[in-house]
Design a protein. Structure first.
Lengths: 115, 116
C-alpha cells in the first residue's frame, strides 16, 4: 500500500518570504499523480498544484511550485512571496494512475504566516 | 450551487444513535468520494462511487458504516450505533470521473460529527 509522509507538523514563514513544505511517499508503482491541497479553517480542501509522475518538469502555479524528485520519492511544495491568506493546513496526496481513484494523504503541515 | 455541498455542517449525537450525512456533488460529476478526517488518523478514504459501477467500499472501517448514492447524484453516508471514535470531520468530494491526472477531486466543507 502507498504511504505519504509529511515530516513537518508545523511551519512558519514571514510575509513575503519563501517557505518549502516537505513530502515523501512510498510506492512500487511507476506512474501516479501527486497533489498538494490547502485546507483553511473553513475546512474546504482546495487543490493547490498537481504533478504527474512521468513528467520530468516540475509543476508551477503562480507563487506555488514543486520540486519533484521521482528517484527519491520526494514532492516538496515551495511557496514564494508568502501572503497572510496562505496560512492553512497543507496536505500532500498520492493517487494511483491505475485502478483506485482514491487519494492517500499525508498527515498535513500547519503553515503560519507572520506579518 | 457551483460547489460540493454537505449537510449538516455540524452534528452532535449520543453514543449508540444512528446518523446520516448528506453530500450534494457538483452537477454533472459522475465520481463521488467520502473521506474521514480525524486527529489521530488524519485523512482516510472511506468509499468511492463512479457512475453505475459497484462502489469501492474498501475504506469503510466497519459494517456500521454504509453509503448510497441515489440517481447518480446525492449521496448519504450512514453510521449506525455511533461510537465515540466515530467523532471526526466527514468530507465529501466529487470529480468529473474522467481518466488521468486532470480529473481533480473537488471537496465540500465537511460535516463535523461529535459523538458524546
Amino acid at each position: 500500500a502507498q504511504t505519504v509522509t509529511q515530516s513537518q507538523p508545523e511551519m512558519s514563514v514571514q510575509e513575503a518570504e519563501t517557505v518549502t513544505l516537505s513530502c515523501t511517499y512510498d510506492t512500487s508503482e511507476s506512474d501516479y499523480y501527486l497533489f498538494w491541497y490547502k485546507q483553511p479553517p473553513s475546512r474546504q480542501m482546495i487543490l493547490v498544484i498537481r504533478q504527474e509522475a512521468y513528467k520530468q518538469q516540475n509543476a508551477t502555479e503562480n507563487r506555488f511550485s514543486v520540486n519533484f524528485q521521482k528517484a527519491a520519492k520526494s514532492f516538496s511544495l515551495k511557496i514564494s512571496d508568502s501572503q497572510l491568506g496562505d496560512a492553512a493546513m497543507y496536505f500532500c496526496a498520492y493517487r494511483s494512475a491505475i485502478g483506485s481513484e482514491k487519494l492517500v494523504f499525508g498527515k498535513g503541515t500547519k503553515l503560519t504566516v507572520n506579518p | 450551487g457551483a460547489g460540493v455541498s454537505q449537510s449538516p455542517s455540524n452534528k452532535v449525537t449520543e453514543k449508540g444513535k444512528d446518523v446520516e450525512l448528506r453530500c450534494d456533488p457538483i452537477s454533472g460529476h459522475t465520481a463521488l468520494y467520502w473521506y474521514r478526517q480525524s486527529l489521530g488518523q488524519g485523512l482516510e478514504f472511506l468509499i468511492y462511487f463512479q457512475g453505475n459501477s459497484a462502489p469501492d467500499k474498501s475504506g469503510l472501517p466497519s459494517d456500521r458504516f454504509s453509503a448510497e448514492r441515489t440517481g447518480g447524484s446525492v449521496s448519504t453516508l450512514t453510521i449506525q450505533r455511533t461510537q465515540q471514535e466515530d467523532s471526526a470531520v466527514y468530507l465529501c468530494a466529487s470529480s468529473s470521473g474522467g481518466t488521468g491526472w486532470t480529473d481533480t477531486q473537488y471537496f465540500g466543507p465537511g460535516t463535523r460529527l461529535t459523538v458524546l
